[in-house]
Design a protein around this ligand. Sequence first.
Ligand code: UD1
Ligand code: MG
Length: 463
Amino acid sequence: MNTFRYIIALLPFVPSFLLLIQIIILEEDCSKYIGWIYHPSSDKGKIEGESTVLINESPTPHVGSQLLIYMVVATLGYLATDNLIPKIKVYTLRKGICGKDMGKQGTSTADKCIPEALGIVPGAIFLICLILCLVGYASLFPSKLLDCNSALLSICFMIFLGFTDDVLDWPWRYKLFLPSIASLPLLCCYNGSTSVIVPIQLRSYLMQDGELTLFGALLCYFVTVDENSDGSILNLGVWYLLYMGLLAVFCTNAINIYAGINGLEAGQAYIIGCAVILHNLIEIKAGGLSQDNHVFSAMIMLSFVGVTLALLKHNFYPASVFVGDTFCYFAGMAFAVVGILGHFSKTLLLFFIPQILNFLWSTPQLFKFVPCPRHRLPKFNATSGLMEPSTFTCKSNEYLWLKSKRNQEKTEVVNMTLINFTLQVFGPLNEKSLCIVLLLGQALCCAFGLFFRYHIAQFFFDE
Ligand code: UD1
Ligand code: MG
């Protein structure tokens, strides 16, 4: 039974694993690995005064051997996290950092304290894994050291803020802004491009016959339209930094509010992580100028997926630990960092389709146009053993637009989350099945995202 669970859990990683093996075995001379492990920078860099230059001009030195090392580190990360969670949960319980499993209300286990904030374990192990990986990475790509350190600092900062949230339980208005503070190190150190490519269909609105249109001229008050590229490139300048900050705020909060049933937080992060790695490996295999960005992202994501899988093992139904806001924020920031520094934030957003839908559907409650109870997770019906949509109370003549035609008089309205919506569509489900349905939806959205990126995006962007 356990073996079957492991096989199912590893399925999302299988495509990436096969591609990884292909890159490692087919494209590399195996003797290089040993040399790289013992002398990671032996044939790559030499010190010339203050600066380090690459002797080998190839933009991707020994990619296969690097990926192999990252894979080994990720596996160690998995083992360490899996081993430490049962030990650390004793400490969090002792300090009273725990929560009641609301999906078990009315059962004999309803009053059991489940250790909370165990995201701190994968978070800490992830940081150690990343620091180990960076030793090799930075010697191969010295110019990327600033990116690496700012990524590390932002993720570290977010884990810290997430943990304070779990311990202190910040009000919602603070929760929204914590990620923007944590993304500051990333934004301040960012020295990459601030330009975006304009979709082909929109370029004629910016420039026509080599001249700026009225709209293009107006836009130039805020951003720079690249006239040499015929309006195909828009330099957003400081707005790009704002976009990056908002991306961090979105990714972290989007995972945190798509939560509340055993295994969902860690499960969605694991599947998105696998999709990001697959995208990175496809790009690495294809070669090209952005290859080192994707190696950087794969380095971060492999360790991330390793530690998250271990957390999922303990958080899946019936959960023995809760991941806490520590994990939701840490995961969101890790995705924002790879999306920004890997320059594939649009593709990343394609993997976030369920979270985007959940966020959009939640906005009336998040911005208090509609009452928002402290918890919107589905309610457990102890008689049937199934999860049902949770509700908020209102007057019979209020929020008629949220009530079906038959129920206009009702004083209970279903909370506006994708989880409740899924229960409305499929009918009541037990917690485990509900989580599996939602994770299958996540996997389908990621598959669609990859399909869109590689088969449909070319109609909008010329590469
Ligand atoms: C967010 C959601 C809230 C949801 C909560 C669940 C919004 C605006 N906020 O709040 O609706 O109820 O996440 O994570 O959408 N819990 C379970 N089973 C689980 C996971 C969590 O019962 O599988 C409960 C536990 O009591 C746990 C608590 O949720 O202690 C954690 O809630 P917390 O992360 O503090 O909630 P928020 O992130 O503020
Ligand atoms: Mg939470």
